[in-house]
Ligand binder design. Sequence first.
Ligand SMILES: [Zn+2]
Ligand SMILES: [Zn+2]
Length: 156
Amino acid sequence: MTPHATVVESLRQEGYRLTPQRMMILDIINDSVSHMSAEEIHQKVRERYPFVNISTVYRTLNLLKRLRLISETDLGEGYVRYELLERERHHHLVCRRCGESFALEHDFLKPLQLRLLKKYGFAADLDHFAIFGLCQRCRSGEGTAAAGKEGQHGAD
Ligand SMILES: [Zn+2]
Ligand SMILES: [Zn+2]
């Protein structure tokens, strides 16, 4: 899947050009199997452009986020992770005890989206959510409080 056509179009509508750096950052996010942090994206960028600093990466991420090409989600790790919005819309259930993360289908949030629209006339984005709580295992006392466990994201 290539997001480039959509991206070029969105950028152009907003009066931005698709510079090699912006293209590269999008490619990096697109190629990654898990959601990436700004640090991880920066490391990859530096493999090709050693002099790009992290504030450039953040600026680009903010631009892409504003254009709603990527989403930013706090999965409870103390920093946010980025992902392309073109991918299948999904959310996460994150256990605050063991750190395990479970995929949540977007269907669960559709009724909320509809009710917000009906009651407040508000069209909520609901792009990419992390909902915190206790997983089944931890609720039944079997879970272990594993530090630094990343569940399905398993980055690094
Ligand atoms: Zn996600
Ligand atoms: Zn748990």
